[in-house]
Design a protein. Structure first.
Length: 507
């Protein structure tokens, strides 16, 4: 089975579990809501039943008050009780759903209507007629003896009270049942939610372990391979017996590493051959150049009274030979940039500049100002030495002022340092700003200044190999400033402030 299919199935199972949890929770929530509503409804039924009983009692009280007081105003509780009874009875009919309770409610209503028709209305009518006409008194007295004193109305009312008590008792039983059902449903809901959540968690852990086993270990192997390749070991291989998408990636990685190994081996062989070739060429070319230089020097020594033109031509020959040797050295140095790993160390730039200036031994009229504070940097010391050495040497060599002045400084940026070397020389026309970084390119005639035209090309290549940029800011006869950026490898500590101008002269 493919890995993506396993992942789809695993996540589909988890989604199914969560959907089941949601459906069950919604169903149980509905049950809880119904049980809660039934319990609340039972409470309301009991409250309405109490009001219903009070309305019946008010009706009875009104009839008795009228017979005792013989005042129509005492019938008000009777009429208000009847109205209240009708309202409460209608409310109970809307809320009572249990068939047994509805039968009991119908029985209460039937008994109450019987009390009204057989007793209350008749008692009120006969009493009213007796009060209005003495002729109606015998009929009232007969009703008084046969109904009132015989307790006919009281028996009906007692029966109503018993029916209401039975109704209330049954409603309380139903309420208790609803409450118990509510509690049971809530407990079941909690247990179901916890159970399904645990199942989801367990299933998720199982899926995670399965994916970790299927992917994690193999990804670690690929990361390990990548680390080894990054460290220059190309003879690595991952063995995989699965047949899924990751297997295809691993197979491609194995092929890629195999090709890298072959390419790296060929590259090493080519570099070795190039180094051998460069050594042979350098040796074979430098030997005749040195011989030419020596011959010219011997001729000058053997002919002390040689004509000025011959002396100048001999001097020119020696200069050409020296330029050719410097050119060979420059080409070799340029070709080696970025091909060999150099040691990295932490050192103060101020100290490096002291060493460079001392090695260049500028003339007494040359002023070199190092503007501090300069940082401590962590990098390849020899590369930064080459960059500063070439820039400072050019600033000295091509300066046409009686008092050459060179300034060196920097500014710190977030990810890099930005150094500059500025002089007060003749400047470089803007049209030549790009040209000067080309190999074998010079501004002055080669007969005027012995130059290989490769120094700034070396500077640019070193800086760009480090991920920086070198630029020139200059105009004709306005001096020149070369600026280059150098990346930070670690947070640098700044050396103590260094403000004194340094004057170097031949010693």
């Amino acid at each position: 089975m493919k890995l993506i299919t396993k992942i789809y199935l695993a996540f589909a199972s988890i989604l199914l579990i969560f959907c089941s949890v949601t459906v069950m929770y919604v169903r149980q929530s509905n049950k809880v809501e119904r049980a809660t509503q039934e319990a609340i409804n039972a409470t309301e039924v009991l409250h309405i039943s109490e009001s219903l009983e009070k309305a019946i009692v008010d009706s009875e009280t009104g009839v008795r008050g009228y017979h005792v007081s013989e005042n129509e105003e005492f019938l008000e509780p009777y009429y208000s009780g009847r109205r209240e009874y009708a309202v409460r009875y209608a409310e109970l009919l809307g809320k009572v759903k249990d068939p047994g309770q509805r039968k009991r409610l119908f029985a209460i209503d039937s008994t109450y209507r019987h009390w009204q028709n057989a007793f209350a209305k008749k008692a009120i009518q006969l009493k009213r007629e007796a009060l209005q006409s003495p002729a109606a008194e015998p009929a009232f007295n007969a009703f008084l003896v046969n109904y009132l004193r015989a307790g006919f109305g009281k028996r009906i009312m007692d029966n109503i009270r018993r029916q209401i008590n039975v109704f209330d008792y049954q409603e309380k039983v139903l309420k208790q049942k609803h409450v118990e059902n509510l509690n049971k449903t809530m407990r079941f809901t909690d247990e179901l939610s916890v159970t399904l959540t645990i199942i989801s968690i367990v299933l998720g852990v199982i899926v995670m372990l399965m994916l970790g086993k299927a992917i994690g270990g193999r990804l670690k192997e690929m990361v390990k391979m990548a680390d080894e390749v990054a460290q220059g070991r190309f003879d690595v291989k991952i063995r995989d017996t699965k047949h899924d998408e990751i297997s295809n990636v691993i197979h491609s990685l194995n092929i890629m590493v195999k090709k890298l190994n072959a390419s790296f081996t060929n590259l090493q062989k080519t570099n070795k051959e190039l180094d051998q070739f460069a050594y042979v060429v350098s040796h074979d070319l430098k030997a005749p150049l040195r011989a030419i230089n020596s011959l010219a020097e011997w001729i000058q020594e053997d002919l002390p009274t040689v004509e000025p033109d011959v002396q100048r031509n001999l001097q020119l020959m020696r200069g050409r030979a020296q330029r050719m040797e410097n050119l060979i050295n420059g080409i070799l140095e340029y070709s080696r940039i970025g091909r060999k790993e150099l040691p990295i160390s932490t050192f103060p730039v101020t100290q490096l500049l002291h060493e460079i200036i001392d090695s260049l031994s500028p003339a007494e009229n040359v002023t070199i100002e190092v503007k501090g504070p300069l940082p401590n940097v962590t990098t390849e010391r020899i590369l930064l030495h080459q960059v500063f050495s070439n820039l400072i040497n050019n600033a000295i060599k091509y300066n046409n002022k009686p008092q050459p002045h060179i300034s060196i400084g920097f500014r710190e940026l977030a990810q890099e340092y930005e150094f500059y070397v500025q002089d007060n020389g003749p400047g470089i026309p803007e049209a030549f700003h790009e040209k000067i970084f080309g190999v074998f390119q010079t501004i002055d005639a080669r007969d005027t200044k012995e130059s290989t035209g490769i120094g700034l090309a070396i500077v640019q290549k070193i800086v760009e190999e480090k991920g920086g940029v070198v630029t020139v800011t200059s105009a004709e006869d306005q001096g020149c400033m070369f600026t280059f950026s150098w990346p930070k490898l670690t947070p640098a500590a700044v050396t103590p402030e260094f403000k004194t101008q340094l004057h170097y002269a031949n010693r």
